[in-house]
Design a binder for this molecule. Sequence first.
Ligand SMILES: C[S@@+](CC[C@H](N)C(=O)[O-])C[C@H]1O[C@@H](n2cnc3c(N)ncnc32)[C@H](O)[C@@H]1O
Length: 382
Amino acid sequence: MANTNLGAAKAARNDEFYTQYHDIEREVNAYLEYNPDVFRGKTILLPCDDPEWSNFTKYFAQNFDRFGLKRLISTSYAPESKKYQFGYEPTLFETLDPRYDEDKTKTNGKIFILDKDRTGDGKIDVNDLEWEYLEGDGDFRSEEVKRLRDEADFIITNPPFSLFREFLAWMVGAGKSFLVISNMNAITYKEVFPLIMSNRMWLGYGFNAGNAYFGIAKECVRDFAGGVYDESTGLVKFRNCCWFSNIEHGRRHQPLPLMTMADNVKFSRHKEIQGHDYLRYDNYDAIEVPFTDAIPSDFEGVMGVPISFLDKYCPEQFEILGMCENMDLYGLKTKVYTSDQCRKAYFDKFGKKGTYDLNASGVIVQDNRYEKVYQRILIRKK
Ligand SMILES: C[S@@+](CC[C@H](N)C(=O)[O-])C[C@H]1O[C@@H](n2cnc3c(N)ncnc32)[C@H](O)[C@@H]1O
């Protein structure tokens, strides 16, 4: 395996990076702006966390009274169960506590609960958190954590990216409200896209242009081929990160301001659009729209738009019909290419033998040559 691939494989397994306080605050504010009482009287579970120093735990504990929470539960995963091991050291908080157990600290998860004013200072906050070891390692799939999930109204966390599909099924299957971080690529997963299509899940408020910065232990840095580490801040930058949620926020109901098709052709800032007709796919009954801001406001048919459209998707303005992909999961393909056609298309494009996998995406024909376009979502104006 080439070095870069090895790095990427390790990065895919390495789930040890931690969300910053202000990213959580900025995101949660979007839901509070829409409904200030969204968490009132509710129980929040923060699984896959490290409650002693997790910013999720800190943020919700600090805002317990303001949000009117009923209960906050946070659980961690045992150091020895983590896929990526990097010399675990328990904190002073734990070792100085009479409940400290030298073995359990490595093999068991922990649970932190906040539901009453234990210090008697008249408020419920981070100082009132109670903790103990879980019976097991804190795996979100364990019966113990499942019981906590069932008790909760909201599941909020940055879960292990490597188990995202499973984690999503675990939350959605239990019918919970949720707010979680993931990689944007997850949108195309067949377990994820149908949820977005049917408005059972959407993109949250989001990171700035999808760029997210996470805390990371220094020992892990060398295995982060997927992110860029900045030594001065101690943060690793991931591109293409997003929040997924089924909690309402205002931005998703703001329609995109768009121009008509004629105005796009006249005035678009994109050279691919200005002065050109919109292209039609050869294998879908739809037009190709390579930029979200070039979606024509007056086109009544189906349009293929970039995945990043979802960040601007307003369900009152558009409906999502499917995605260009291999299996025709959404029943929208009008043509399936043969292997011979795929080989010929490759030869016509590159002048040598190979296979151009035309069935995996939308295809346009230019100068008698087949051209695949980037991954597209198929939408229609409402
Ligand atoms: C991306 S980190 C985020 C940690 C924390 N939620 C935060 O945002 O700061 C995901 C965490 O999930 C833990 N994890 C991995 N597999 C897990 C599992 N099966 N059950 C519970 N936690 C798991 C990892 O060890 C890691 O600490």
